[in-house]
Design a protein around this ligand. Structure first.
Ligand code: ZN
Length: 262
């Protein structure tokens, strides 16, 4: 019983993290059971099969399901390759085109790349990419802010290993939704602050980050952009209808930009 529960737990975790990992685990479990393989051989077989699917098969299969993998390098790159290894970098062709176009313009302007965070899984509409419930149809993506290092120089790096969780806090006198949401009991709103350590002392480059927001808002396909209300005010987007507040049920957006297309 305990063994079955452990296998089920692994399947659930792999499915939540990678979408396909759980099914692949189950498949390898049955195949290696028939072949009577030792545990270490089963694990090796699973790892090999997973890598083959994540790096070769799924990127070729995803277009059948209306998704494309985002680029791995160049003007548009992941903050962490783990995002891609976990199949969390898939978007619709329309969103792909917006991001590639915008990041090419950004690179031309600043000479550095745009970093993306979580996007969507490769298969099926309605399958959420936890913990982002809305990232379930290929039409949503999170982008990292742009940062300067301690010496004030541009960097393509981000201050935490996942790109989330290092907040550009409200200043005195600014609207404070992290405080308002916490008071209303939305404990998840600023949760990452307590989990994600700062690995580099980088400062948000407001000019370059708001350039990204301004640019993506200009695409007809883009319907909504979420940043925290105090940054919306501070960066001059108060009258931009596409830049919105996402409600206390989401998480803070003063560490990344969320954008979605129609
Ligand atoms: Zn998002």
């Amino acid at each position: 019983m305990l063994k079955i529960a452990a296998h089920l737990l692994v399947i659930v975790i792999l499915t939540v993290l990678t979408q396909l990992g759980g099914v692949l685990y189950l498949l390898i479990y049955f195949i290696s059971g028939k072949l009577k393989l030792y545990l270490w051989k089963r694990m090796l077989l699973f790892l090999g099969a997973y890598l083959l699917f994540a790096t070769v098969i799924i990127p070729h299969l995803a277009p059948v399901f209306g998704r494309k993998p985002l680029p791995l390098s160049g003007n548009l790159s992941p903050v962490s390759y783990l995002t891609c290894l976990l199949n969390r970098h898939y978007v619709s062709p329309e969103l792909y085109d917006v991001l590639v176009d915008m990041s090419a313009n950004y690179h031309e302007e600043y000479g550095v790349s745009v970093n993306y965070l979580d996007a969507n899984f490769p298969f099926f509409n309605g399958f959420p990419l936890m913990p982002h419930l809305s990232h379930n149809d290929g039409k949503k993506v999170d982008l990292a802010f742009s940062y300067n290092d301690a010496a004030g120089q541009m960097t393509e790096e981000v201050p935490s290993w996942i790109g989330y969780g290092i907040y550009d806090e409200p200043k005195v006198g600014e609207v404070d939704f992290p405080g308002i949401c916490a008071e209303k009991g939305y404990w998840q709103y600023g949760l990452l602050k307590w989990i994600i350590p700062i690995i580099e002392d980088y400062v948000v480059d407001a000019g370059r980050t708001s350039w990204i927001v301004t640019e993506i808002a200009q695409y007809d396909e883009v319907s909504k952009i979420f940043i925290e209300p105090h940054l919306k005010e501070r960066w001059g987007f108060a009258s931009n209808d596409k830049v919105r507040f996402h409600s206390c049920r989401a998480v803070r957006h003063d560490d990344h930009i969320h954008l979605q297309i129609k």
